[in-house]
Design a protein around this ligand. Structure first.
Ligand code: FES
Length: 211
């Protein structure tokens, strides 16, 4: 089995994670899971004057999940809600000095946890309603959560999707991969898992072209 190499900063945050724990009576909280590996992270927020006054997390994941949870909470602490919403998994990863491609999704999970806790805060405390209508644009945004380890960006920006149509509950996707692409199966499985969370999609047909 290949050895996964981590930066010193990842190891340091894994060994001494910051902001671990729960917040009693949080203003926002969420638990999210990674479709890529099944691991989970919980994020808790205390918000004061539109700023994240305190933030804690609990990880049910791997070393990278703990390290990214630690760095994301450090980066978000003291930021305004709008600033925190703009934090990306790439920034978190860069702050750690990088992650092995096979671990990119761990950083995505930590940022997803932060965003879900902010969403919970906005719904609970500000009464915001997030109405999401399921259409091709919405599905494309969902697919953008899937990272293509070979290029380090999401599968939409990596131009793996050639065609997509959503009609009468049926989703058709055409994709192209290099014949020897070692990540193809992973990507296809992640797509199925992501799409299975959208109850409006009753049927999915993925066609794969190889070149
Ligand atoms: Fe699951 Fe890292 S492998 S979060």
């Amino acid at each position: 089995m290949a050895i996964v190499k981590y930066t010193e900063k990842v190891i340091e945050h894994f060994k001494n994670p910051r902001n671990v724990g729960e917040i009693e009576n949080p203003d926002g909280a969420a638990t999210v899971g990674s479709p890529a590996c099944g691991d989970q992270v919980s994020v808790f927020l205390k918000v004061n004057n539109d700023r994240i006054e305190d933030i804690k997390f609990l990880s049910y994941g791997c070393a990278s999940n703990i390290a990214t949870g630690s760095i994301v909470t450090e980066m978000a602490k003291g930021k305004s809600i709008e600033e925190a919403k703009k934090l990306t998994w790439k920034q978190a990863m860069e702050e750690l000095g990088g992650l092995p491609p096979i671990k990119f999704h761990c950083s995505v999970l930590a940022v997803d946890g932060l965003r879900a806790a902010i969403k919970d805060y906005e719904e609970r405390k500000l009464g915001k309603k997030y109405e999401e209508s399921v259409n091709e644009e919405y599905i494309l945004e969902k697919l953008k959560e899937i990272i293509y380890p070979k290029t380090g960006n999401n599968i939409v920006d990596a131009q793996l999707i050639r065609y997509m149509k959503f009609e009468d509950g049926k989703l058709t996707i055409e994709m192209s991969f290099e014949e020897t692409d070692e990540f193809k199966q992973n990507v296809l499985e992640e797509i199925k898992e992501h799409i299975s969370e959208i109850k409006e999609v009753k049927e999915i047909d993925i066609k794969v072209m190889e070149y």
